[in-house]
Ligand binder design. Structure first.
Ligand code: BTN
Length: 231
């Protein structure tokens, strides 16, 4: 297990917790915000939540050079799924490559950004938002379960899962955490389109790529991209 969460900086409002992580600090340094004015999502998108409604944090990781940094968004998704399943007692899925799904809605997102030879891993979990405060394909713990959750309690459970999964991944790569990924694959069996390739998603492979079966039994493996899927 890798201890994550020290040193810790708590802020009220900031632009993005991703920008407040000082990469000269030791691995595990944490920034937590109540609100972000320019929260960052994947592929240049924004991530928005009203003050006090979401768990928003970034943690500094210093993985060994042989481990592909894009895999960390998947490792984070696994850790968030572990934590939510443990706390809520409900099954949680991972929508490749970085979304955490509860009852078919996105409840959390993970963003791994390389900086100064380190990785700043940002995680946002929707906790208290109402449906009016969320995009149609997203939900919060409150909208999806009927109750909210203490964000500090959630943070410590996510950090504990992340410390475990990250240590396993450091030692053994994606193979070592695959038990938390393969069975939670939200897209498996769904009709998808990624980067212009359409077909049926068959699996996330052990290199973290999405396998898509297209015509004539041919399988295409995609490393990254935006997924459109049939609900
Ligand atoms: C995504 O789903 O596109 C990734 C969203 C990641 C959001 C979190 S919230 C805390 C951290 N700070 C940011 O600006 N982004 C990440």
């Amino acid at each position: 297990m890798t201890e994550l969460g020290e040193p810790r900086l708590d802020v009220g409002t900031c632009e993005s917790t991703q920008l407040l992580v000082d990469t000269s600090l030791p691995e595990g340094a944490l920034v937590v915000a109540d609100h972000q004015s320019s929260g960052r999502g994947r592929l240049g998108r924004s991530w928005e939540a009203p003050a006090g409604a979401a768990l928003l944090f970034s943690v500094l990781l210093k993985p060994p050079p042989e481990r592909p940094e894009p895999e960390l968004a998947l490792v984070a998704g696994i850790a968030v799924a572990d934590a939510l399943e443990r706390l809520l007692g409900l099954s949680v899925q991972i929508k490749w490559p970085n979304d955490v799904m509860l009852r078919r809605k996105k409840v959390a997102g993970c963003l791994a950004e390389a900086r100064d030879g380190a990785v700043v891993l940002g995680i946002g979990v929707n906790v208290e938002q109402t449906n009016d405060e969320l995009p149609p394909d997203a939900g919060s713990i409150r909208t999806l379960t009927g109750r909210g959750w203490d964000r500090d309690d959630l943070l410590s459970t996510v950090l504990e899962s992340l410390g475990n999964r990250y240590a396993s991944w450091r030692a053994g790569g994606l193979d070592a955490v695959f038990d938390g990924l393969g069975p939670r694959d939200f897209l498996r069996g769904r009709q998808v389109t990624v980067n212009g390739t359409s077909g049926v998603a068959t699996m996330i492979d052990r290199e973290g790529r999405l396998a898509i079966a297209i015509d004539h039994g041919e399988v295409v493996k995609v490393e990254s991209g935006e997924v459109a899927y049939a609900r």
